[in-house]
Design a protein around this ligand. Structure first.
Ligand SMILES: N[C@@H](CCC(=O)N[C@@H](CS)C(=O)NCC(=O)O)C(=O)O
Length: 206
């Protein structure tokens, strides 16, 4: 199995987290987004939308979209509950992550770290991110994990960009972040953006 991967991406980090926790052997293929690695014809063959992560199976099949990759890897393991309702809730949190956590917390992290946005642009996105944190805080007030009684891919997915939120995180969310960090096999290899991610320093789809 092979993961096309960008170390500073939360979408890639969540996949690395699950692979590590599952103890799955895989080849990590670094994609230097801002050196233009995703802009090549070769990369378009790997992922036509030119994004990371991409999981490539030993038979050559590929899966894109971080949360789809999580679902594929988690099937048949403790990371994806069996029940129909619980699976519905996992899907709900994966969609919430893409809609509000990635855009509302991951987006501003990127814009602030790389000097790409005006204050107004950041503020608009952060309003979404703060709203997401409030929803999470209320949900986690009476439970340890997002779905059911154990950690699932819903937690790993939402964890990635929440763990580097560029705003203060409320108490129940902070306690939940610590619970995720304490899970067996947890490895924090999520890195800050490199120098070539600065506006004007490299080229990418952004
Ligand atoms: N919805 C996608 C988003 C993936 C995405 O935005 N990937 C970014 C890094 S976080 C990327 O690879 N961008 C490529 C580029 O800018 O050239 C997912 O969840 O996998």
């Amino acid at each position: 199995m092979r993961l096309y991967d960008y170390a500073a991406s939360g979408n890639c980090f969540k996949v690395r987290l699950l692979l590590g926790m599952l103890g799955v052997e895989y080849e990590r293929v670094p994609v230097d987004i801002f050196a233009g690695d995703t802009l090549t014809c070769e990369y378009a063959m790997i992922n036509p939308v030119r994004e990371t992560p991409v999981l490539e199976l030993d038979g050559g099949e590929r899966i894109t979209q971080s949360n789809a990759i999580l679902w594929y890897l988690a099937e048949g393991t403790v990371w994806l509950p069996d029940g129909r309702l619980e699976r519905g809730w996992v899907a709900q949190w994966l969609a919430f992550e893409q809609e509000r956590v990635m855009g509302g917390l991951g987006g501003p992290r990127f814009l602030l770290a790389t000097g790409r946005a005006t204050e107004a642009q950041v503020a608009r996105r952060l309003a979404t991110g703060r709203g997401a944190l409030e929803v999470l805080d209320a949900h986690l007030a009476a439970r340890d994990w997002l779905v059911g009684e154990a950690a699932s891919i819903a937690d790993l997915s939402v964890f990635a960009y929440t763990s580097v939120a560029p705003v203060e995180v409320p108490a129940n969310v902070e306690a939940w972040l610590e619970r995720v960090r304490a899970l067996p096999g947890f490895v924090d290899d999520f890195v800050p953006y490199p120098e070539n991610a600065q506006l004007g320093a490299g080229s990418s789809i952004y």
